[in-house]
Design a protein around this ligand. Sequence first.
Ligand code: NAD
Length: 267
Amino acid sequence: MSQHPAQDRLKDKVALITGAASGIGKQIATLFARQGGKVAILDLDLEAAEATARELNEQGGTALGVGANVTDEAQVEAAFRKTIDTFGRLDVMIANAGSQHVEPIHKLSYDNWKKVTDIQLDGSFLATRAAFRQMMTQGDGGCLIYMGSVHSHEASAMKSPYVTAKHGLLGLCRTMAKEGAEYGIRANTICPGYVKTPLVEKQIPDQAREHGMSEEEVVEKVFLAETVDKEFTTVEDVAETALYLATFPSNALTGQSIVVSHGWFMQ
Ligand code: NAD
């Protein structure tokens, strides 16, 4: 696209990214489009998905905005159908949509537990199944990427549904690596540290309240305390990791989780 050197690492490849109208997903969509990929931006917020697609198309990319709630089976099926009808195939699926809820277990409602776990686990199942079926039919492999978190490996207090869901995604990913092998379908998980997106911006006041700290203290003592350099991970760092996984040439890299967190968690 115009402001960056043209590169074609994803030429002729089609990627569908869930939750791609904001934050990490949007940056992945931008980088993939810049690399010549055709990108479907699936989001609950149709208007924002269409606006993101328009932005990428105006910059010379090929993008489609699709509205769907990842927890709704019919909507997910329709979104994949629309993507495949438009672009002809599917090579990469990134299950990225997610939400957060910060509250100790004794105050946590079942509703708030389910909101977080449904989007991440049920949503990832529905997107995985739709992508897997298409990739099987195409017969030339594919790439599944899950947006985990350092919280796929570490727990933090007051985030029980999020930590549970992010750990669960590792199980789905590893199972898909095994089931996908015979079809050349690879599955990997990206595990970012804290990235400044709307999801994290919203948490700062919540965490400050729950921990009884100022917002500055939350950033320093909670978010970045364990990093090696007190730096936030960026959307660009995560998008580069997704591009690396999407373009990896063989099944050698499958069933893995890659932690991108300024050393917060070391495997
Ligand atoms: P974000 O809030 O900026 O973007 C999330 C997007 O998902 C939004 O556009 C939202 O509309 C969409 N979405 C929410 N529920 C949906 C649903 N039911 N169906 C379809 N779309 C839905 O958040 P982000 O920080 O970019 O997070 C993206 C992913 O990265 C999440 O899975 C999150 O857990 C993960 N992650 C984020 C961080 C971080 O620090 N920001 C760290 C590790 C992992």
